[in-house]
Ligand binder design. Structure first.
Ligand SMILES: *[C@@H]1O[C@H](CO)[C@@H](O)[C@H](O)[C@H]1NC(C)=O
Ligand SMILES: *[C@@H]1O[C@H](CO)[C@@H](O)[C@H](O)[C@H]1NC(C)=O
Ligand SMILES: *[C@@H]1O[C@H](CO)[C@@H](O)[C@H](O)[C@H]1NC(C)=O
Ligand SMILES: *[C@@H]1O[C@H](CO)[C@@H](O)[C@H](O)[C@H]1NC(C)=O
Length: 461
């Protein structure tokens, strides 16, 4: 008898230290605004998974951006880890009730300016930046920001802009990633802030080329939706999916024309690009990646499965890419007839990552998303994986298990958060073992404002 007890005790002890999926703990949950603007167009405008960044730590501060109940753009600042939020209002009001029109923040480390890009969906974009060194402290007042422009500083980036994202490059320049053109006919673009001036780098993925779907339909225009533009060391990593213009590539007109997951990287800050076979495939500006570029597909999928665009990605401590993608597995249906109804019923997230030998592995995360929306993947310092799904539901897997022991360790729904849908993250805190998750609460009416909140978790404990 005692032998059995000893065996049970030993195995449960070993399970704890060796293979267990990592846990998370709530550190705090703070209110940014009791009355953020609320309307539903896909999701809410204050919190979209693809925002880079709606919430951003820099040195001892954390910054956040959202729209008030009347659509005025607000910037918040607190001293980490637990200072009170103070806010300022920018002289700009949301121009359309469209959830694409998010606010994105960036900091240029060389001069400590805070950069803000906002309020665009295939339209002109609005932009401002702060006085130097505001990111490291200084008076939190709107007069410390320049007048709002529809250019990026002095750089004209055109008038058909979506998905503004700021990224700090390995030399500490700030880069700006965005889409020009429209869904199904757009290009991904890169600009760069160096010496206080924005300059164009050029387009690195274009709309051109020909896609022939398994059903025989041919599409001649598209855009690349990216899961991220992530630096690790000197390498920029991009995964993404193509969205075709020709709806006939999908089995249903209410499906999504997204297909395939692609991966490529750059070792010169986004000038030249390589596939996972280390072959140069593209040059920004003159010869961007397109749908016919060789050797970039790392997971094949046709346009019949409700594959989501702009999910998320990160890079592990060995410099290997990890993406979270999501779609409806074929065992549920081989034709997603309406992605808005079938994804909430059957879509699952997947963990797609590169192995040291260069091949890719994809593992289905065994939980329903219960939403149309997207999830965010992060890795802790030991490369354990955390996938934060809509409604702040967190599934984790340990590296020790080969990322197979997926476990739900926090469920915002059962915890009563009442989050409306997608969340977005402060990735700048992850290296400190923390993640801040921005969410907005569900509302009591279709346009009744609701609370915008930030919940902080420790990773792995
Ligand atoms: C957004 O919707 C609200 C509430 O319906 C309305 O008052 C407002 O005018 C709309 N804003 C824009 C820019 O269309
Ligand atoms: C590459 O590594 C993966 C994961 O260890 C393994 O499953 C696969 O068989 C390897 N493939 C080759 C071609 O070595
Ligand atoms: C989260 O909790 C809700 C409500 O209890 C439940 O319906 C849902 O299945 C849970 N999700 C996961 C991934 O555990
Ligand atoms: C939000 O609340 C509305 C009713 O107020 C409800 O119909 C809807 O299901 C809720 N959505 C979520 C994600 O809880």
């Amino acid at each position: 008898m005692w032998l059995i007890q000893l065996f049970v005790a030993l195995t449960s002890f070993l399970a704890c230290v060796c293979g267990a999926a990592p846990t998370v703990s709530v550190v705090s949950n703070t209110l940014l605004d009791p009355n953020g603007i609320f309307f539903v167009s896909f999701d809410v405008v204050n919190v979209n998974s693809f925002q880079l960044s709606a919430v951003l730590a820099y040195e001892n501060f954390q910054y956040a951006a959202w729209y008030t109940s009347t659509g005025v753009a607000v910037l918040g600042r607190r001293t980490l880890p637990s200072g009170a939020w103070s806010t300022l209002q920018l002289p700009h009001t949301l121009s359309a009730n469209d959830s694409h029109n998010v606010i994105s923040l960036g900091v240029s480390p060389a001069d400590g300016k805070i950069h803000v890009a906002l309020d665009c969906h295939s339209t002109q974009m609005f932009y401002t930046s702060s006085v130097a060194n505001l990111a490291a402290g200084g008076s939190w007042v709107a007069s410390n920001f320049a007048a709002i422009t529809t250019t990026l500083g002095t750089l004209n980036i055109g008038t058909v802009i979506t998905y503004p994202q700021f990224v700090v490059a390995p030399n500490n320049d700030l880069q700006f990633v965005f889409r020009s053109g429209v869904s199904g006919d757009g290009a991904t673009q890169l600009a760069e802030y160096s010496g206080g001036v924005w300059r164009n780098v050029g387009s690195w993925a274009s709309a051109t080329g020909t896609y022939t779907a398994p059903n025989g339909a041919v599409s001649t225009l598209r855009n690349l939706y990216i899961h991220g533009f992530t630096y690790h060391g000197t390498r920029a990593y991009v995964t993404g999916t193509w969205r075709e213009q020709n709806a006939a590539v999908s089995c249903s007109s209410l499906g999504l024309t997204n297909h395939d997951t692609v991966y490529f990287y750059s070792d010169d800050m986004g000038r030249t690009w390589f596939n996972s076979a280390k072959t140069q495939i593209a040059t920004s500006g003159t010869n961007p990646v397109n749908v016919n570029t060789a050797g970039i597909i790392v997971d094949s999928l046709d346009a019949d499965h409700g594959l989501m665009n702009q999910e998320s990605q990160t890079v592990d401590s060995s410099g290997l890419i990890h993406a979270c993608i999501s779609y409806v597995p074929g065992r549920f249906t081989q034709c997603v007839e309406n992605y808005e109804t079938v994804r909430p019923e059957f879509a699952r997230p997947f963990h797609l990552y590169q192995n040291p030998n260069g091949t890719f592995t994809k593992v289905e995360i065994p939980f329903f998303i219960d939403s149309v929306g997207r999830s965010q993947i992060v890795l802790d310092s030991a490369d354990n994986a955390y996938v934060i799904m809509p409604f702040v539901r967190i599934a984790t897997a340990s590296k020790a298990s080969g990322w197979t022991d997926w476990t739900v360790v926090y469920n915002g729904t059962s915890q009563g958060l009442n989050a409306f849908g997608e969340i977005t993250l402060d990735r700048a805190r992850v290296s400190s073992g923390l993640v801040s998750v921005l969410y907005q609460q569900n509302s009591t009416g279709p346009t009744t404002p609701s609370a915008v909140k930030l919940i902080d978790f420790t990773l792995n404990g």
